[in-house]
Design a binder for this molecule. Structure first.
Ligand code: 4AZ
Length: 230
């Protein structure tokens, strides 16, 4: 959970190593400037930002540093991805705090595509209600083709670094920066990070498509920024 003093619970994020979080770049753009003034709570399930609990679960941190993708576009939200480095490693509460697997082009490229079923998670707005969810929720998302997605969003380009998914039980405001994961075919119960919640037109519509940052495009950049050896 990403919190700011002015917005409270603001966005989601996802742990990719023991000290590195991936989120959406637009989550760090507030009031017209890029900010590092956020706090990150790992392992929170229910609760809000004011319940800050420094050690234990949730583990809350001020970022050690943040990196916005150099090609992030504020107008099109192309490359909507950013890194938050934590000042120290999180402690593994291995059922609730554990890094997700990054996709591998060779292994996962062929199935991270239209038709696959994934799961999006966050504390964002619950459909038809203005309020955010107090507890982490999940929704089912089926990946959709770029072609169909472009038709749904004629006013904005769907770029190569974006992917789309059904929005009926998908993401909404406040879920941005959070993960869209797909169960790995080859590794049993593990989840692979397919997308980062980025934008959309409305929420929860039966025929709507939400837009995600495509993680496959950015795996090498993420590994570099998080100092992860392949
Ligand atoms: C948002 O405002 C947002 N239904 C994120 C995702 C979607 C809509 C809005 C997709 O952060």
């Amino acid at each position: 959970m990403l919190c700011t003093a002015s917005h409270g619970q603001h966005c989601g994020g996802v742990l990719v190593s023991d000290n590195c979080i991936v989120t959406a770049a637009h989550c760090l753009y507030l009031g017209g400037v890029f900010t590092t003034n956020v706090s990150v709570c790992v392992g929170r399930h229910c609760g809000n930002c004011s319940e800050v609990d420094v050690e234990g679960n949730p583990q809350c941190f001020k970022p050690k540093s943040t990196v916005i993708h150099p090609n992030f576009s504020r107008s099109t939200l192309d490359n909507d991805i950013a890194i938050i480095k934590l000042p120290k490693a999180v402690s593994c509460h291995c059922n609730s705090v554990f890094p997700v697997c990054l996709p591998n082009e060779k292994r996962d490229g062929s199935y991270l595509r239209a038709g696959m079923e994934g799961i999006v998670t966050g504390w964002g707005r619950v459909n038809s209600s203005l309020s955010r969810s107090t507890c982490l929720r999940k929704g089912d998302v089926r990946l959709a083709s770029r072609n169909i997605c472009s038709k749904k969003h004629p006013d904005y380009p769907i770029t190569n670094s974006m992917m789309c998914g059904t929005d009926y039980s998908g993401a909404c405001e406040g879920d941005s920066g959070g993960p869209l994961v797909i169960k790995s075919k080859e590794y049993g119960r593990r989840f692979v990070l397919a997308g980062i919640v980025s934008w959309g037109k409305g929420c929860g519509q039966v025929k709507g498509l939400g837009v995600y940052t495509k993680v496959l495009t950015h795996v090498n950049w993420i590994k570099q920024m998080c100092d992860m050896n392949s």
